[in-house]
Ligand binder design. Structure first.
Ligand SMILES: NC(=O)c1ccc[n+]([C@@H]2O[C@H](COP(=O)([O-])OP(=O)(O)OC[C@H]3O[C@@H](n4cnc5c(N)ncnc54)[C@H](O)[C@@H]3O)[C@@H](O)[C@H]2O)c1
Ligand SMILES: [Zn+2]
Length: 367
């Protein structure tokens, strides 16, 4: 069993990581929750694969659980679904003492977390993430949100869970593409703050991609420690938390320009990390070669490191700056000084970045 403490004063909580934890899920939730009833938000896919395990784990500890499975997919992270779930909770008689359990990927985590943040002005919740991305990223840090038709994550709240339970065995039903997409965020954590972890990933890439339980639990623990450290020192994203955006300035633009769905988030972030590392070299910001080791590791993981030929570089750059304009102020981009150390820097002149991106367009389209 691996354990990470997220230090946030009286809102501190533990992240527990290990194979088979789902069997003890009820006993573990008992340690942080009073009450006998739980409201479980999940999606139909996760529920079909692992719902009975969760139910058994909860009932063993004497909980009665109301399951609310919704269809899978990003579209469900919306106000309409939030309202439906609130009505369901109210009809079931859940009051201020309710506990919400988020059982699924980042979509379920964000939606159920926001439900817990606003239901009766806030109830407690527990995260039981089931995707690699949710384990290393969205279940840690207390950011919750839903989308509106014109913008992702526009409505949300900071609301910390009472506990995060990560059973690495649940990840075995993920598609290889989902594993790769989550792995990109692990690489990011190594690059921004922990060179030793980056080296571990390089030396054990196969073990991670095969989801070998021992190494996977270790990698999740190290990665959560890094994110927990950033979140503890900057819960509301005033400063340090910005370095978590490494790879994301370019990555978000790639997602938007290629059309949502063309790239998985992690794939776009992989391309973004390579681009931003190359830019750090071009600007003389990096103290050592950074793009080679990053691109090498990402490509060993099966992640893309060049841009599809149909993605227009000018569109990428204008998307990044348009995004900046709506937020007011200058475009900041996170650049690595070296592997294990990164800083946000303002980028007023886009020409170097455009040149880097042009150099990353694939010469042939791979299938
Ligand atoms: N709150 C944060 O800090 C934060 C950080 C990063 C991302 N996010 C959010 O996370 C979301 C993306 O999360 P995601 O990639 O986990 O997507 P997701 O929740 O849509 O899950 C992806 C797919 O995997 C399926 N799935 C989940 N667990 C499975 C399992 N064990 N086996 C087989 N299939 C399984 C789901 O049914 C779904 O179809 C986005 O909405 C993003 O905005 C939030
Ligand atoms: Zn991300």
């Amino acid at each position: 069993l691996e354990r990470v403490r997220v230090d946030l004063g009286d809102r501190s909580y533990n992240i527990l990581i290990g194979p088979g934890l789902i069997q003890q899920v009820g006993c573990l939730i008992r340690t942080v929750c009073s009450g006998e009833r739980l409201f479980v938000v999940t999606d139909t896919r996760v529920n079909g694969l692992h719902g009975s395990l969760l139910r058994a784990g909860l009932e063993k500890a004497g909980f009665s659980a109301v399951f609310a499975p919704i269809p899978p997919g990003e579209k469900q992270k919306c106000l309409r679904r939030l309202e439906d779930l609130s009505v369901h909770m109210a009809q079931e008689g859940f009051d201020r003492g309710a506990t919400v359990v988020a059982f699924g990927g980042g979509v379920i985590g964000d939606l159920a977390g926001f439900l817990a943040a606003v239901y009766m002005r806030g109830v407690q919740y527990v995260q039981v993430p089931t995707t690699l991305l949710a384990c290393v990223d969205s279940s840690v840090g207390g950011k919750t949100a839903v989308n509106i038709p014109t913008a992702k994550n526009l409505l949300g709240a900071f609301h910390q869970p009472r506990l995060v339970i990560q059973d690495v065995n649940l990840l075995c039903t993920l598609s290889p593409r989902d594993v790769r997409a989550g792995a990109a965020e692990l690489v990011k954590h190594g690059v921004i703050l922990d060179r030793g972890f980056f080296d571990d990933l390089r030396a054990n890439t196969r073990r991670l991609m095969d989801l070998e339980p021992e190494f996977t639990a270790y990698a999740l623990r190290r990665s959560c420690e890094i994110k927990a450290r950033v979140v503890s020192s900057d819960e509301r994203e005033a400063g340090l938390r910005a370095i978590l955006n490494f790879g994301h300035t370019v990555g978000h633009a790639v997602e938007a320009v290629a059309g949502y769905g063309a790239y998985r988030h992690g794939e776009a972030v992989a391309i973004g990390m390579v681009a931003e590392a190359r830019l750090a070299e071009q600007m003389g910001f990096a103290r050592e070669p950074v793009s080679e080791p990053i691109a090498g590791l990402l490509s060993d993981m099966g992640l893309p490191i060049c841009l599809r030929a149909d993605v227009n570089v000018e569109d990428l750059v204008s998307t990044m700056y348009a995004d900046k304009k709506t937020r007011g102020g200058r475009l900041h981009i996170v650049l690595p000084r070296e592997i294990g150390c990164a800083e946000p820097v303002p980028l007023d002149d886009p020409s170097k970045l455009a040149a880097v991106l042009r150099g990353m367009v694939c010469s042939r389209v791979s299938h």
